[in-house]
Design a binder for this molecule. Structure first.
Ligand SMILES: *Cc1c(COP(=O)(O)O)cnc(C)c1O
Length: 370
């Protein structure tokens, strides 16, 4: 079976060495030496400051909302955040979970990111923030979104779960927004099994968030504010340090897979239009087919051949009832209906990938895809 993704497993001996250190120190969590080392190594690798490790990418979003204060109700009503319907459920459900109302604005038909021109019409007196997603590692229109936020006094939190290591105009894309969040889930490009991080623009927000992730505890006998447990532990940090050491080889292998897909399939499917001046991390290979029926038939055909492609992201989130916002988003629901993410991971060797390509090409040859 060829899965849609496979967690990257780093060199085992190296991981054992880190584990030996953990056993010697008997220090398993609470900002241990490996978490500290991973923090500074990630800041250096990504070219950012004010990075805070947390236990997963969903808590990264929730802590960012609270550190920036956007969860506070406005005139007794739930605060609103304008976000994209074309994303993983956590972007919107984390808002709802923390008492905010996600308000969807439609995406751009080519970049698949939140379209700035759709944002302003959604702003109300309750709006406190914009929560765009750098979907599949593409950059949102950060300049236009930043300008809207400034004009309306809103915070911007980018869900950058897909944008690890992506640079925009020569600098980390993660520097944009009041905060940007990362997920280090096992299936992500860089991972710690479970884990995540927040990159804050301002040091004071980082300091507030540091207290929040450890129950609001600030000393042996002082608890200053409401907090939660969102710490990343030493075992997670050990995995992260090992994966980070092998990032270059991991990325090179993924890029090779990505380039082959592009070469073989670019004429047959619609690919995401990427912002210019952007580096790419080859984390996903999303392909949009002519119609929903074609996308579903291709997915079925792949499955018959032991290949899992995911309808990712489907459905468009305005159709998810418990999020409580039903305005139809035509572009997002159109793309969501026609998209498949094809298998991509470092160890997907040439032969395995060839099968994926052959199945898709044969479905075209059979006239299935017209
Ligand atoms: C993976 C992901 C998340 C959630 O991250 P977890 O680490 O699984 O909690 C949030 N948003 C997006 C866009 C994601 O892809």
């Amino acid at each position: 079976m060829i899965p849609v993704t496979k967690p990257y497993l780093p060199n085992r001996e190296k991981l054992n060495q880190y584990l030996d250190g953990i056993y010697e120190r008997n220090w398993l969590t609470n900002n241990g030496p490996l978490a500290q080392e991973l923090t500074s190594r990630l800041e250096e690798y990504l070219g950012v400051e004010n990075l805070l490790l947390v236990s997963n990418g969903t808590l990264a979003l929730q802590i960012a909302y609270r550190a920036l204060g956007i969860n506070e109700p406005v005139n007794g009503k739930a605060a609103e955040a304008i976000t994209t319907p074309f994303t993983f459920i956590a972007t919107a459900s984390s808002l709802k979970w923390d008492g905010m109302q996600p308000v969807f604005a439609d995406i751009d038909p080519e970049t698949w990111c939140l379209a700035p021109e759709n944002i302003e019409a959604k702003i109300t007196p309750q709006t406190r923030a914009i929560v765009p997603v750098h979907v599949f590692g593409n950059a949102c229109d950060v300049e236009a979104i930043g300008a809207i936020a400034q004009n309306h006094n809103l915070k911007v939190i980018y869900d950058a779960s897909h944008a690890f290591g992506v640079n925009y105009e020569g600098e980390s894309l993660l520097k944009h927004g009041d905060a940007a969040t990362l997920s280090f889930h096992a299936t992500k490009l860089f991972h710690t099994g479970e884990g995540g991080a927040i990159i804050f623009k301002r040091k004071e927000d980082l300091e507030r968030a540091k207290k929040m992730i450890n129950f609001g505890i600030t000393g042996p006998e002082s608890i200053e504010e409401l907090g939660i447990n969102a710490k990343l532990n030493e075992l997670q940090a050990a995995m992260g340090l090992c994966v980070l050491d092998e990032m270059e080889a991991n990325m090179a292998a993924r890029h090779a897979v990505w380039d082959t897909y592009e070469r073989e399939l670019a004429n047959a499917v619609q690919l995401q239009k990427r912002s210019s001046h952007l580096t790419y991390n080859a984390a996903y290979f999303p392909a949009v087919f002519e119609s929903e029926s074609v996308a579903v038939q291709v997915a079925d055909l792949l499955k018959e051949n032991g290949i899992l492609a995911r309808r990712y992201f489907f459905p468009s989130l305005e159709s998810v009832k418990f999020l409580g916002h039903a305005d139809h988003q035509p572009v997002s629901s159109d793309i969501a209906g026609r998209i498949l993410c094809l298998p991509i991971y470092a160890s997907l060797e040439g032969r395995g990938q060839k099968v994926v390509i052959d199945v898709i090409r044969s479905s075209f040859a059979r006239g299935l895809l017209q």
